[in-house]
Design a protein around this ligand. Structure first.
Ligand code: 6R9
Length: 603
């Protein structure tokens, strides 16, 4: 087994232009898979590492002990090696929520390959872009996925993506549903057939702490999604330590994060955090409200879940179904509950606390980002006073700073843009293939600081309240979406001349997607076209990008230098009907556009 080698160095990072760079524990050595699997074999080899709950509640759940996990990860590692994957190679995973997703991630870590998990809800176009961006030659997928009783044609999507990503050479297909899919014998192979041929033991590569562990694509305010790169040592430490402390992990507990492994929450708190701590992690293939709105609580009861981690949007949608779907279940095993992904409104917080947790479970509202690797601002249960809607206090070593519009730090009580003043181990190291973009995106708005893109308020007790994004990123059902991405998808449609996308408050999703669309001359603004555009965006990006509202507009409000004034579009989308309330519009090239937009508001 690859033994950990304790580093003699810790933080060697700098946010300053000139000697910019992030590095922690640079002379340490470890293997993430050995730490998440092998290290536990002696003490808890027969304990469940992963419990898998299938989409269909009539089907049996599956359990994998640490010993079984070791075998599965080793086999997967050999299969990857057999396909020519080595240290530093990028492996794209496009999988449903099945245990093989965790096996594949840990197998990559075992052999020093870099995984890039792409959420199974993304379209072939979005998948192809992510395969090509990191020159990934191999994709691990499944025949089909299942979610809420519906089939997701994953292999078919990979075939479509392959046509757009010429560098893709190998596709390994996990048989999840057994559905009939087309196989190209020169490129595709079934995982089970390959796995039957290989050994169940595979030594873990010794990796340097600063070697990359994974990359994960996330939306920003401009351009295409960025491949955010995480390190081996710093990331694992951060995932492990935040899991242990924010969730007050105790041996024998069952932890359930209802996220998908396609998001960072699934990386840090379904796979790496729980397993690094020798915990038992629950993986759920389905959705919280299928076949009934009681499903999430039934899963809690069935597996005696002690800690539940979910998103406010899920809580809001279950809350509106009525308390009886909750109260008919026991939930006696629950001890602690958490939320992540977006600000939680106090009403949903109270419902979670009082109806779900019956007042007995603390709630940890954890603020963090793909780029931070793990929790940054979060209560520590039992130690921090909780407030509905507040992420409360920074985690150990985290130095938040609120800055006003002029870049001046706000002291004491007040509001500003949330920055972090110095590095922490779990911080992303770069953007794949574009270190300059990494620096420009996060470290130039306020020189010397990491800028999160979030607004935040600090109250008199020093507690932090995240108020939401202040850049052109919107948060739809806890999923980050760049308005620029939706706009580029829209303008690819032949009828569209120009598009501007903003968020607006949405009862369930938190934010909805509001698109202003200007058509090419000769195109007619019909309901059919509106529906066609919605479908178009879904097929370009995926269902999470579905516009809620499309307003056809004769023109967009622009400054004389041609910059779209989103502030105005946001206000109109929010329901503002008085031109006076929109603030200064005197710099607009055509102020009359604004009244026209208000008159034709789409909601
Ligand atoms: C982990 C994750 C990050 C953005 C972040 C912020 C929002 C996440 C939050 C929260 C308020 C919380 N966000 N947690 N806002 N309270 N507890 O969600 O990562 O997908 O990268 O999104 O989500 O706006 O900037 P990611």
């Amino acid at each position: 087994m690859c033994r950990n080698q304790t580093p003699t160095r810790a933080d060697e990072s700098s946010f300053a232009e000139g000697d910019f760079g992030i590095s922690w524990f640079s002379d340490g050595m470890l293997n993430v898979s050995a730490n998440c699997v092998d290290r536990h074999l002696e003490t808890r080899g027969d304990q469940a590492a992963i419990i898998w709950e299938p989409d269909d509640p009539e089907e049996p759940a599956r359990r994998f002990t640490y010993r079984q996990l070791h075998e599965e990860v080793c086999r997967f590692a050999h299969v990857l090696k057999g396909a020519g994957v080595g240290r530093g190679d990028r492996v794209t995973l496009y999988l449903p929520m099945i245990p093989e997703a965790a096996f594949a991630m840990l197998a990559c870590a075992r052999i020093g390959a870099i995984h890039s998990v792409v959420f199974g809800g993304f379209s072939p176009e979005a998948l192809a872009g992510r395969i090509s961006d990191c020159d990934s030659r191999i994709v691990i997928t499944a025949d089909e996925g299942r979610r809420g009783g519906r089939i997701v044609p994953l292999k078919r999507n990979v075939d479509a993506a392959a046509a757009l990503a010429p560098g893709l050479e190998r596709v390994i297909v996990v048989r999840a549903t057994g559905g009939d899919v087309a196989m190209d014998p020169a490129r595709d192979a079934y995982y089970d057939e390959l796995a039957a041929e290989v050994s169940a033991d595979c030594p873990a590569e010794a990796m340097a702490a600063e070697d990359p562990l994974f990359l994960l694509y996330t939306s920003g305010s401009t351009g295409k999604p960025k491949g955010v790169l995480h390190s081996t040592g710093g990331y694992l430490l951060w995932a492990a330590m935040t899991f242990d402390l924010a969730f007050d992990h105790r041996p024998g507990e069952v932890f359930w994060s209802s996220a998908d492994v396609g998001w960072v929450t699934g990386h840090s708190y379904i796979v790496y955090g729980p397993l690094a701590n020798g915990g038992t992690t629950l993986m759920f293939e389905g959705v919280p409200n299928w076949p009934t709105p009681s499903r999430i609580w039934e899963v809690v009861d069935r597996h005696r879940v002690t800690t539940l981690y979910t998103a406010p949007t899920a809580l809001r949608s279950l809350m509106k179904e009525g308390d009886e779907h909750v109260t008919r279940t026991s939930r006696a095993s629950l001890r602690l509950m958490g939320t992540v992904g977006e600000p939680i409104n106090p009403e949903a917080w109270r419902w979670y606390h009082e109806v779900v947790g019956e007042g007995r479970c603390p709630i940890v509202d954890t603020w963090w980002q793909t780029e931070t690797g793990g929790h940054m601002i979060t209560p520590l249960p039992g130690a921090t006073d909780l407030k509905p809607g507040a992420a409360t206090k920074p985690f150990f070593g985290v130095e938040p700073l609120l800055v006003d519009g002029n870049g001046v730090a706000v002291e004491g009580e007040g509001e500003g843009n949330l920055c972090i003043a110095r590095s922490w181990p779990g911080q992303a190291r770069t953007v794949w293939g574009d270190h300059e973009r990494f620096f420009q995106t996060y470290f130039t708005t306020y020189p010397g600081l990491y800028f999160t893109g979030d607004g935040c308020r600090r109250d008199a007790d020093g507690d932090y309240w995240i108020t939401g994004r202040v850049d052109d990123v919107i948060n739809v059902s806890g999923h980050r979406m760049g308005t620029a991405e939706v706009e580029s998808a829209l303008v690819l449609h032949e009828a569209v001349a120009e598009a501007a996308v903003v968020g607006f408050p949405h009862d369930i999703k938190g934010q909805g997607i509001y698109a202003y669309v200007t058509l090419n001359s000769g195109e007619e603004a019909t309901d059919e076209l509106r529906q066609a555009l919605v479908k178009w965006v879904r097929s370009e990006i995926g269902p999470i990008a579905t516009p809620d509202v499309i307003q056809f507009a004769p023109g967009l409000p622009k400054t004389r230098s041609g910059k779209i004034m989103r502030r105005i579009l946001r206000k109109i989308a929010e329901g503002e009907v008085s031109p006076q309330a929109l603030g200064d519009i005197s710099t607009l090239a055509e102020p009359a556009i604004v009244e026209e937009l208000i008159r034709n508001r789409a909601r």
